[in-house]
Design a protein. Structure first.
Length: 311
């Protein structure tokens, strides 16, 4: 009789989490008289399209609530927006600082935890790693509402973000105007020369020039952590359709957005955090909120098709 083989279970280190949950930071809605915070729904759809669920982090969240969310989710995304730096009170920035501190500590201890920053989130990563100094940002970029091709600093195959990117998508990223930018602030490559904190932490993956030819860093990845950022918006191509905006919706741009979503969600699949119960997760998921159709209005959020609002 053949000897029955014992089934070997994968270790937590090697296991894949096929039910990833990602936190997304809300930010104060300065135009809202009720003092609510918001998240553009395109970020939620972007992560969901990669197979993740989302837990929002309202501006009003306490440190204890942020810690609970960190311990239960498998990654965090810092979205774009327009709030000013103020790390002294519970807000987008203080929550970002706390997530970054906990993410780096977790990764240092073998607990793989990915972080992504888009536009304002990209700038936030740089402010935090540059010594929590908002003055490292350069202002006056003419890069509001433009789509451009990336200027890769090396073969994208040599980067973590684009290592597995299909050739048609990486070629389009380098040659076609499919990455959407909407910013006045940014990070100059010269700042990397003067700030060793940044140059020691991040690798510059790509740069770009604004309409005046002024150079800015457009894509980065941390040297020793699963921390990534884009000054451009990978989520907009598939989910924002304001006809007044220069967002590219070609088929290759749509595939690019899907690749970027898949990449980050797959990073989150490597994390094994979970909430104390399924019931607690259900209490916190974005499904508890209904998006508002802001795209048909002429209000502050008219550039977003939908937004989630939080008290």
């Amino acid at each position: 009789m053949a000897q029955q083989q014992q089934q070997v279970k994968p270790s937590l280190k090697d296991a894949t989490n096929n039910r990833p949950v990602i936190a997304v930071l809300a930010q104060l809605d300065k135009s809202d008289k009720k003092g609510r915070s918001y998240i553009a729904a395109s970020y939620i759809k972007y992560l969901e399209s990669g197979g993740a669920r989302v837990v929002p982090v309202p501006v009003s969240a306490t440190e204890q609530q942020v810690d609970e969310i960190f311990n239960g989710v498998n990654g965090v995304l810092f979205p774009g927006g327009g709030v000013k730096w103020d790390a002294g009170k519970p807000d987008y920035y203080s929550h970002a600082i706390r997530f970054m501190d906990k993410a780096k500590t977790a990764n240092d201890n073998g607990d793989f935890f990915p972080v992504w920053g888009t536009c304002l989130g990209f700038e936030t990563l740089h402010v935090i790693e540059g010594g929590e100094d908002p003055d490292i940002l350069t202002h006056g970029y003419q890069a509001e509402d433009i789509s451009i091709a990336l200027d890769f600093k090396e073969n994208p195959r040599g980067t973590k973000i684009f290592k597995d990117c299909p050739e048609d998508i990486s070629t389009a990223l380098a040659k076609e105007k499919i990455t959407y930018n909407h910013h006045q602030a940014g990070v100059s490559p010269d700042t990397y020369k003067s700030n060793t904190n940044l140059s020691g932490f991040f690798n510059i993956v790509s740069t770009n020039k604004d309409l005046a030819g002024k150079l800015f860093v457009s894509t980065v990845e941390a040297k020793n952590y699963p921390i990534y950022g884009t000054q451009w918006h990978p989520e907009k191509n598939n989910f924002e359709f304001n006809t007044n905006l220069e967002i590219c919706h070609t088929s290759i741009a749509v595939l690019m957005t899907q690749y970027m979503s898949n990449f980050f969600v797959n990073q989150a699949r490597k994390n094994q955090h979970e909430f104390v119960s399924e019931e607690r997760l259900q209490e916190l998921l974005i499904y508890n909120y209904s998006p508002v159709y802001t795209g048909k209005t002429d209000g502050a959020h008219k550039n977003f098709e939908q937004c989630y609002m939080f008290d």
